[in-house]
Design a protein. Structure first.
Length: 103
């Protein structure tokens, strides 16, 4: 029985994640994301998908990266395209401007 380091819950199915050589214990992925997932520099949402890294800064999607002045990401993405995946990486919550949903 280990204790979740985010919420303090003791859970027999807790699991361990080792990041940068440091071990972290969580009772749920939600708590793990809360503690370990990077944050989009532009919209501040948690990056749970692959995200994008430009100049050492993380973004959730190419829309956020471009909004922050990063250029040429779409071309890079195209080259790195994985089979069976759509063009988009990460979340596109903030590119749906018609819906006033925040992420
Ligand atoms: Zn927890
Ligand atoms: Zn974003």
């Amino acid at each position: 029985m280990k204790t979740c380091e985010t919420c303090g819950n003791e859970y027999d199915k807790s699991f361990e994640i080792i990041k940068d050589g440091t071990s972290h214990v969580f009772d749920s992925f939600e708590c793990a994301i809360q503690a370990l997932a990077p944050t989009c520099e532009h919209c501040q949402c948690r990056i749970i998908g692959h995200g994008l890294e430009a100049n050492g800064v993380m973004y959730c999607c190419d829309h956020c990266a471009e909004a922050s002045g990063v250029k040429g990401l779409r071309d890079q993405q195209r080259k790195r395209k994985r089979p069976g995946r759509s063009d988009r990486s990460g979340f596109d919550c903030c590119s749906r401007e018609s819906k006033a949903q925040s992420c």
